[in-house]
Design a protein around this ligand. Sequence first.
Ligand code: NAP
Length: 283
Amino acid sequence: MKILITGAGGMLGKALTSCLEAREHNVAGFPREALDVTNYNQVIEVMKAEKPELVIHAAAYTKVDQAESEPDLAYLINGYGSENLAVACNHQDIPMVYISSDYVFDGEQNRPYHPWDQTRPLSVYGKTKLAGERAVQHHLNKFYIVRTSWLYGPNGRNFVDTIHQMAMDGKPLRVVSDQFGSPTCTLTLSETVADLILSKRWGVYHATDGGVTNWFEFAQAIVSDLKVSVQPIATKDMPRPATRPKYSVLDKTTLINTIEREVVPWNEALKMYLSMKMQGAAR
Ligand SMILES: NC(=O)c1ccc[n+]([C@@H]2O[C@H](COP(=O)([O-])OP(=O)(O)OC[C@H]3O[C@@H](n4cnc5c(N)ncnc54)[C@H](OP(=O)(O)O)[C@@H]3O)[C@@H](O)[C@H]2O)c1
């Protein structure tokens, strides 16, 4: 398949590009410099020139805390930018994959969220990702909305690398223990997306690595080989501009039915990533 990827210079965009190329798709990866999704004319021109059979929209404004003080920019990129791509996909009658987030939920229901559960984002970032979902659903019949969470992987700033580096530098580790979710490696998520796009079963999917943890336990697992300790703290003791959901675990039943396989447990994916890091394959 000829696949156009937006945000190809980002953490997930890079993982998707490698994964889909390894599966012998013809990938046209566009980093921000080559395709700014907020530029409608550029989006239309690039789509006309490339004639992809599928678009994977991995570009986004991803600074969750900063979004609280620059909501217009976050909406412009995540809402309007996604709408531009959806309009272009509609013109060419091709499907689109929109990468979305667990932050579209409020995290108050204390059970995993189904794709059809009521959304109620708590942060500007979550609201802008939901605006993108709505634009995709408004303009297209053929789409996969893929909600994921707590991403880490090679080629990007992420929690695993930050905690690992802090531990190596001997810095104290204080991490919140009252927010629950599912860490997800970009490498396993890319394999999931690669399987899903073969299904042609359009809709909203929840795609994370398997299992549930909190940020404190996740940090403990990251540094388990380094013999350093992590101190659990409460969210109220580490105030941040954006409110995060307390329990944003995503139910993956419909995804698993569609791709006809289980997802990788988060702790196994983490071990794989840490061993890649040790071998120098992941920076
Ligand atoms: N990271 C997570 O924990 C997480 C969780 C759930 C969902 N997601 C979603 O997963 C997707 C990938 O995120 P990621 O973690 O890979 O983030 P990332 O590394 O920040 O990648 C996003 C990319 O989008 C680019 N971008 C920003 N504005 C753009 C624009 N106007 N036009 C084109 N490209 C633009 C960024 O370029 P610059 O760096 O130059 O700005 C960056 O390369 C996003 O949709 C995100 O919302 C992420």
